[in-house]
Each structure stands twice: as C-alpha cells, then as structure tokens.
Design a protein around this ligand. Sequence first.
Ligand code: MOS
Length: 737
Amino acid sequence: MNTPDRNKVVGKPLNRVDGYLKVTGGARYSAEFPVAKLAYGVTIQSAIAKGKITQIDPKAAERLPGVLAVITHLNAPKAFGDKGGGRKLQVLQDNIVLYSGQHIGIVVADTFEQAMHAASLVQVRYEEEKPTINMRENLSKAYIPKGKIPRNEPPDASVGNVTQGLASAAVRVEQTYTTPVENHNAMEPHATTAVWQGDQLLLYDATQGVFPAQQKVAGVLGIEPKNVRVMSYYVGGGFGGKGSAWSHVPLAAIASRQVKRPVKLVLGRIQMYGSVGFRPETIQQVTLGATREGKLTALRHAGTSQTSTFDEFIEPVGKSARMMYACANIETSHRLVQLDQGTPTFMRAPGEASGSFALESAMDELAYKLKIDPVELRLRNYAEVDPSKGLPWSSKSLRECYKVGAERFGWQKRNPTPRSMRDGNYLIGWGMATATHPTYRSPASAIAQIMADGTAVIRTGSQDIGTGTYTVMTQVAAEAIGIPVEKIRIELGDTNLPETPVSGGSQTAASVGSSVHLAGTEARSKLMQLALADQKSPLYGSNAEDVIAENGSLFLKNKSSATETYGAILGRHKLKMIEARADAKPGEEKDKYSMHSFGAQFAEVRVNPDSGEVRVTRWVGSFGVGRLLNAKTANSQLVGGIVYGIGMALMEHTVIDPNLGRVVNRDLAEYHVPVNADVTAIEVLFVDEHDPHVNPLGIKGIGEIGITGVAAAIANAVYHATGKRVRDLPITLDKLL
Ligand code: MOS
C-alpha cells in the first residue's frame, strides 16, 4: 500500500495541537484537577543537613482549625522500601536527617493556607552533626562508582594506552574544568494530587514518566503497581528533574490515605532546591596529546562529581569523550564524592552538557597551542567510526554541520588572535564547539483505532513534557493511517494506556513514535484487508500494492472511481472501529551501530572590557539529528537547549551554604536564568540526514543535544574576545576582571 505525498505531514511545521488549550487555560496540569473533598498537604523540611530529630512537636499545629493531620516519623505508616528504580526516597521512616530540605513531616488541612500556617508551627529540635558539604575539600574521599553510566557502560574505560600516547605527543593540554551545582527550575512546580478509591490509588503527578512513577509509588506503599494509576496530561517543564518520582509523591499518597480524603501537594519554589534533585558539581581533568599536525595521540577525561550518602548518581561527563574524536588512546573515568546533600539527578543532557564544557574547551586550547583553526582541528580528528567500540555510525553528518554552520556564521572571517576583534569599546569573540548526544530508544506500545466516523484515536501511555509529543504523534499517526491531522485524537499521560518509557534521554519521539507508526500502519492495513476481501467493496480482489490510502479513503492507484471511505468499510461490516496494537522495541541495530546525533555550535560574544560583562550577540547551531517530525517544534527544542546552555555558561550556579548545606539562592530572583534580554537571535540549521538504522522512522532525539557544546562555545568565544580562559562555570564578570 502507498501513502501519497499529499498525506505527508511528518516534518511539517504544524502548530501545537494542544496550543489552544495551553494558552486558554484549558490544559490541566497535575495540581489543577478538580477533586471533591480535596485537602491540602504542605511538607516540613529539615533545616539541618545532617543529624537526628530529637523532638518534633505537632501540638500547636494540630490545634489549628482545619488541620486534619500532622504526619511525622513518629506516626507515619511503615513504608516498604525502594523497589522500582529511580532515586532512593525518604518517607518519614526514622529520625535521621540526610540533607537539608529533606521532608520530615507533612501537614494536611482543609485549605492550603491552614496547612502552610500549621506547618510553620511544628517545632523541631535536632541533634546536629557536622555535615560534609564541600566537594572540593573532600576529593580524597572520591571512590569508584558501583553503578554504570548510560548504555550500561562501566564508569572507567579505555582503549589503547594513554600514557604512551602522551609520550609520543608533540603538544599537550592538561587542564581542570569545573561546573557548579545547577537546579532545573521548571516553571511548573512538582505537584501530586493523590486520590484513593478503595484500595486503588489515583495520582495526578507532574512527571516525565507515568510508568516509572507507578512502579516507584507501588514499591514504597507495598501495593501492586496495578493498584496505582498515574496520570500526567501536561507537564510544565521537566528537564530531568521530573524524570523520577521524589519523596513527596508517595508522601501525598500516604497523607491522603491517613486523612481519608484526596490530598494535593504542591512543592513551593523554595522547596525544590534540594528535595527533587539537581545537576551535581563536577571537577574534570582533560588531558590531550597531539602531533604538530593536530592529530590526537591521547585523550584522557577524568571526572569527579558529587552524590549523596545514601544513593549513587553518576554525572557521566566522560561519556562523549569515548566517541567524539578519532584517537587510538582514550581513557575516561568517573569518581564520586559523597556529600550530605540530596541525591543529584539527570538535568538536560546529563554528562554531555557538563562534559562537553571541559572537552570542547580543551580542544580550543589545543587549537591555540597548535595555531590551527578550531574547526580544522576537529576535522583532522574526525571519527569515521566510533573510536571506542569500533562500530560504524548509524549516520553522522557532523562534517556537514561544521561546514554549513561555519558558512552561515561567517567563521572564515575570524581573526584568531585574542582581543583582535572589537566593536567600539567592546571586545568581540567568536567561539565554536561540537555538540553530541546519544540516540536512545526503549520498548514502547501504542494502540491505533480507526473509527467508523472517519476519525482515529491513538492511545499510548507516554507523556508530553512540553516538548510536543501530542503534536508530533498526531503527525506520525496521520501519515501512517492516511487521514488528516484534524481527525486524529491522541490519548496519553496515563498508566491505563499502553506502556511506554520515561520521557528522558531524548528518547520519546524515537520510542513512542515507532510504536505509533507501527500501530497506525497495522490498523490501516487491517482495514484494507477487510475491503479487499469484501465482494461489496469496489476494491474487491485488488492487489494491496495498488491501493492508496488518502484523506480517510482507500482507492486504486489507476482507477479513481474505485474508492471508498474508511467509514463506509467499517459501516458495512457493522464495526464501530478497527484497532491494532504495536509493541515496538529496539532490535539488533543497537549492537551493530553506534548511534548519536551531532552538531556544531558557533557563538559570538560581546564583552565589556570595563565591567567584564558578557553578552551573547549571535548564534548559529547546525545539527544532524535524523528525521524531523515537526520543523517548528524541533526548532524550538534546539533553541531552548541553546538558551539553557547560555544560562549554564553565564549565570546558573546554585550556591550552597558551607555550614548548613542549604541553598542560598533558592528562588528565581537569585538563581539566574536567561531572560529574553539575554538571548539574541539564535539560528538553528538542520542538515538533511536519513538514518536507515536507528528506528523505523529514522528519528534521533532532539531534546538535549541543543545544550551540549554551548558553554564551551561561549567560553571559547570569551577567550577569543579577552585572552582569558575561564575554566570554571559560570563565566561571571568577576572572573574576567
Ligand atoms: Mo532528560 S535530563 O534525560 O529528562
């Protein structure tokens, strides 16, 4: 069967199908579901970073009108542990304080105001111990992680012999780069509304993964996952912070069961600095050895990051060094230091964002040492195969990215000498860096239903974390089924729907898109078989290859009279609908190919020589990311990633009090992120890339690659402008004076 070009909507810059609902307030977020008899929960958080609660007095709170319960470790029900993956949680099981911001109690009341007031009256006394807060002062305690980094790779890996490679090098760069703690700062706060119906728990949760949240909460409560339903229709930003269920999610369920009423628990902005993860601080040593001609002879990337005392999260900063450049001798390692802080977590391109700052800054330093253009240096070390695995790429358009990006930016006009370019009093700098992100895919299921009224419904668990899943899945379904996008309805964000993975690792489009594509194609094929075998159909007895699906009708390629609508076929068979389910999963391609997306970031900065203030004034990012599902949402993802990278480079820095372990700048007034005035015109170019191997649609993820390389491109541009190499993010003005 064929799909005529007129049906081709995949790739088109369709407006968001949920856009109208979002701008009119019709899109319901997790804290916005009207639930009868709703009560409000507010958590009490630890004011110290380490020690024991010696006394916690709920009496004053309990006496307030409207207060339904004050739950602390003294009266909390037993929890059943940390099955179901994700981070280890604290759900009021003992008096031990592990980090500042740990939830140590929850107050439930008739109104939010009563709960807030009551929570403020709970008296807590602690026996305080001196916490370990500063990673840099505790590097002697660094250890080799027990866990793996993504793709099940060991924390330490090497090919060749870096010591020998360095011995044979004519030029070396050996530098240390650091990145601070950063917080996700999604606009929508973490929020959970818990509703018990008998022994069935319904959670409206702001999450990037309804299924992982279901598993986690069921594990903590000691109930069957099938008794927990998690719904998440809209998410106002996740960035990894909502990629796993945190302690407040089961706490909402526990509180609701206790007071026998639905409970809504919304974390305050301040409460989200510490209790729901963050990007960990990193210290990274990069050592490069190269010949005079700029061929790498050795590459070593050694990273240390923080984790908590009770759980392990590895920021995999060395991951891209394993595959980025052709080099016979590569060594990468990851070390962890336990601190008395919450467990860090994924934050947009975990590993690649922080790691590329170090690696791509070091490459720039090497380019200067060798007096080779930074783009040219990268081309001289272009990896034609994955240098660690020896595998071919499923596709790679990086050479093209460098070329079109450099052309568009005007890179050839760059005078490489630092401080050589000026605009009046301002110093102008041009810098570049390579971007990369792995292409992940997980098993995902979907059901496609073609209805007798000519519409179609797609049902798939998944979730739209603001990235456009509703929209792009509509496009995939419309094309697979052969009906217009207006006739497609997507149901997602519900564990009652077919299972899908967490929306993390930029994998949703590839994973869920594959299943929607297969289910839609199968449903259309079933419908066609029905027509071909039906004597009353004008298509009866035709060859499947001669049938075309278009605009909700089937017809013969050569005889336009032989046509009938999907509705007519279903109606004659007295069917309300025809449906197909697809359980799509990655196959052997993942062992045969190394699968990554690539890009090139070109930045222009303007530095005020008197104040040290850095402004990004121009940006060109060029990317090879496989097939685009929607040119508009794709552009938004890449632009958003670059903006996030500008924040990382110039502003973002979670400041932690060295004694109390508490975040000092815990609001959006003092934790700086870019605003419109900080962001110039960002131009994103897509290189046409057809990847026949990654998945049925040739999709590579685009949620994270945009941020990678950005901080390095800016740091490199700042060096070009000022002659100062800043190796410690963020590049604030004090570091340039
Ligand atoms: Mo992303 S940091 O994998 O949600």
